[in-house]
Design a binder for this molecule. Structure first.
Ligand SMILES: Cc1cc2nc3c(=O)[nH]c(=O)nc-3n(C[C@H](O)[C@H](O)[C@H](O)COP(=O)(O)O)c2cc1C
Ligand code: SF4
Ligand code: SF4
Length: 275
C-alpha cells in the first residue's frame, strides 16, 4: 500500500499524521493553481512532488482538490511549464546550470570565512544590494510555506532611530556607560535591517541567507540581540518602525567592512553521532 493510500485511510481524528498536513492560509481546492491543459502531458510529476497531496488526476486532467500551501513545487517541477499560481507576481526563472551552480569548495569557504563585522567604512549601501539581500531572504524556506516575514531597512532615518534608542537607554544607564552602549548598539554601520514575523526560525533562516548574500556583495553584517530587544520593547520605537502588533524577531547591522580578515577563525570540533 502506498504512503498516499495509507494517509487517506486514516480516520479524521488520527491527529498524529494528519495535523502536519493542515496549513494556515491554505488555498483549499487550489483556486490559485492553474493547469494549462494544452501544455500538460499528464506525467504526474507535480502530483508526486506535492507535499500535502493536493493534486489529483481526474477525467484526464490535473486538478487541485486538497489543501494547497502554495509552495510552488508543481510550478517548479513541471517539464512543460504547464502550471502557474495566480497569487504570485514574479515570473519563475528557468533552470540554467551555469547560473545556479556554485562550487561546493567555494561555498564552504565563504561560509567559513564569514565573520560578524563590527567596524564599517563610512559608505552608503546601495539600494540594489539591499534588494538582493532581501530577495535572498524572500526565497528562504518557511514553516508550512508561511512566508510571513517582512523587512524594515533603516538607512536614511538611522540617526533618528539611534537618537530614539539612546534616549531610552540613557533612562537606565548614564555617563560612560551610555557611551559604551552607543558603541555596542550601533557601531558605525550604515544600515539596520529588522526582520519581522511570527516565527523565530523563519526569521533566522532568512537572515542567514541574507548574510551570505551580503558577503558576495562585499558587505558584512552582525546580528544585534540588544537592539532587537530594545526596539521591540518601547512603543515609541515600535511606532517609528511601523510594526503594529508584529514581533521583531531579529535585527542586524550592515555595511562595508573596515576590517580585513586574513584567515578563518577557529571553531570547536562538532559533536556528531553517526549511526
Ligand atoms: C522550520 C521549518 C520546518 C519545516 N518542517 C517541514 C516538515 O516537517 N515537513 C516538510 O515536508 N517540510 C517542512 N518544511 C519545509 C517547508 O514546508 C518549505 O520550506 C515550504 O513549503 C517552502 O518550500 P521550499 O522550501 O521548497 O521553498 C519546514 C520548513 C521550515 C523552515
Ligand atoms: S503549490 Fe504546492 S501544495 Fe499547492 S498544489 Fe502545487 S505542489 Fe501542491
Ligand atoms: S507536471 Fe506538468 S505536465 Fe506533468 S502532470 Fe503536472 S502539470 Fe501536467
Amino acid at each position: 500500500m502506498s504512503g498516499r493510500m495509507r494517509l487517506r485511510m486514516l480516520p479524521e481524528n488520527t491527529g498524529i499524521l494528519r495535523s502536519p498536513l493542515h496549513f494556515e492560509n491554505a488555498d483549499v481546492g487550489g483556486e490559485m493553481v492553474i493547469f494549462n491543459q494544452e501544455k500538460c502531458i499528464l506525467c504526474r510529476k507535480c502530483m508526486q512532488d506535492c507535499y500535502p497531496q493536493a493534486i489529483q488526476k481526474e477525467n484526464e486532467k490535473m486538478t487541485v482538490s486538497g489543501e494547497c500551501m502554495l509552495c510552488g513545487h508543481c510550478v517548479a517541477i513541471c517539464p512543460k511549464g504547464a502550471v502557474s499560481i495566480c497569487d504570485y507576481e514574479d515570473e519563475p526563472e528557468e533552470y540554467i546550470k551555469e547560473k545556479f551552480q556554485i562550487e561546493s569548495d567555494n561555498m564552504l569557504h565563504m561560509i567559513k570565512f564569514r565573520r560578524s563585522i563590527r567596524n564599517y567604512r563610512e559608505k552608503i549601501v546601495e539600494r540594489e544590494k539591499l534588494e538582493m539581500m532581501i530577495e535572498a531572504g524572500r526565497y528562504t524556506a518557511t514553516v508550512s510555506n508561511r512566508q510571513e516575514i517582512s523587512y524594515i531597512v533603516v538607512q536614511d532615518k538611522k540617526n533618528e532611530l539611534k537618537h530614539m534608542v539612546l534616549k531610552k537607554v540613557e533612562q537606565y544607564v548614564n555617563g560612560e556607560n551610555a557611551v559604551q552602549w552607543q558603541e555596542k548598539l550601533f557601531r558605525n554601520a550604515s544600515v539596520i535591517i529588522y526582520i519581522v514575523g511570527d516565527n523565530a526560525i523563519n526569521a533566522g533562516l532568512a537572515a542567514q541567507n541574507m548574510e551570505l548574500m551580503a558577503a558576495t556583495l562585499g558587505l558584512g553584517i552582525f546580528y544585534n540581540g540588544y537592539l532587537t530587544k530594545i526596539s521591540g520593547s518601547f512603543t515609541e520605537i515600535r511606532e517609528f518602525l511601523q510594526i503594529g502588533e508584529k514581533e521583531i524577531q531579529l535585527c542586524f547591522m550592515a555595511g562595508y567592512p573596515a576590517v580585513e580578515y586574513r584567515r578563518t577563525a577557529p571553531r570547536k570540533k562538532p559533536e556528531i553521532l553517526w549511526m
